[in-house]
Design a protein around this ligand. Structure first.
Ligand SMILES: *[C@@H]1O[C@H](CO)[C@@H](O)[C@H](O)[C@H]1NC(C)=O
Length: 293
């Protein structure tokens, strides 16, 4: 299993055996969970990579590398569990304000991992049927990252087990603003077209019927996250309870769960706990959903 970084002492076959053992254990627990109502979409705010690195005296940005491994493991657990959508808050627009060295490290790491996935025949994404999508204001990224991200989206486009959305150069406010601007432009173009068709005649566009008004469904169509249903669960690590500008529009009825564990330390037990918690609150959340609008 390529995910295990520590190679010292333990042989390859022993590692494979241990992975198999933990797989069987997970399979057993997950089958118990699947009796209850199941979440479709789980989103993660991956907080605590830097602190993890500092606590362990890891050099440079190694905490972020550990965070990446934790995300890949989480993708595997979610696949095994039968979750259809997962979303990870990888890099916020606000993160560009961090030290240039750290930003560079994260971007280099991302590029390296994407290229690695693209170069492998038997990549984790093809093995588990993971389709990858990047959400966010891609214009803010450098050309090599933008290009690699696009290539990964194309390469995994036919995978259909699970959709992993990576929020990159993302904030909710930026997403909402962008969606409203696009909807407005679209509406404006429609109105101009209708006016040019009906020139000299009575306008076909009737403001009283609300043709000029932006509608909720139209705005939602232009959201970066339109690719997935709203999340059932949002998990944040490292003991914080804030959403930090993540999925503000989509989280009206999400079950919010915070763990004190730093992101690289998250395990399949946290996932199990989160799903149980969701199942306990499910009927309440469903009722809320029905009352909406
Ligand atoms: C995905 O499927 C389409 C249609 O079957 C095909 O044209 C395309 O090459 C496939 N893409 C990949 C990356 O396999």
């Amino acid at each position: 299993m390529t995910l295990h970084t520590e190679k010292g002492g333990i042989s390859r076959s022993a590692r494979r055996f241990l992975w198999k053992l933990s797989y069987l254990q997970r399979k057993c627990i997950f089958s118990v969970l699947s009796v209850g109502r199941f979440p479709t979409h789980i989103a993660f705010i991956m907080d605590g990579n830097r602190r993890y690195g500092k606590q362990r005296n890891l050099k440079g940005g190694a905490g972020h590398k550990a965070g990446y491994l934790a995300l890949m493991l989480m993708v595997i657990y979610c696949c095994e569990l039968g979750i259809k959508y997962i979303t990870a808050y990888a890099f916020s627009i606000d993160n560009f304000k961090r030290g240039p060295e750290e930003v560079q490290y994260i971007m280099d790491l991302m590029l390296e991992k994407i290229e690695l996935e693209l170069s492998k025949e038997d990549s984790l994404f093809s093995r588990y049927g993971v389709r990858v999508h990047f959400s966010g204001n891609m214009e803010l990224l450098s050309d090599p990252i933008k290009d690699a991200a696009k290539r990964l989206m194309v390469a995994t486009a036919n995978n259909s087990n699970i959709l992993l959305t990576v929020c990159l150069a993302y904030t909710s406010m930026n997403e909402i603003l962008h969606a409203i601007q696009e909807t407005y432009q679209e509406k404006l173009a429609q109105i101009q077209l209708q006016e040019s068709i009906s020139e000299g005649r009575i306008s076909m566009c009737n403001p009283e019927q609300g043709d000029h008004v932006l509608k909720l469904a139209e705005i939602e169509k232009h959201m970066y996250m339109a690719i997935a249903p709203d999340p059932d669960i949002i998990i944040r690590t490292s003991g914080e309870n804030r959403l930090s500008n993540f999925l503000l529009w989509q989280s009206a009825n999400s079950c919010l769960i915070s763990f004190s564990q730093l992101w690289p330390g998250i395990s399949c037990w946290h996932l199990v706990w989160a799903v149980l918690n969701f199942q306990r609150n499910h009927y309440y959340l469903e009722k809320k959903k029905k009352k909406q609008i």
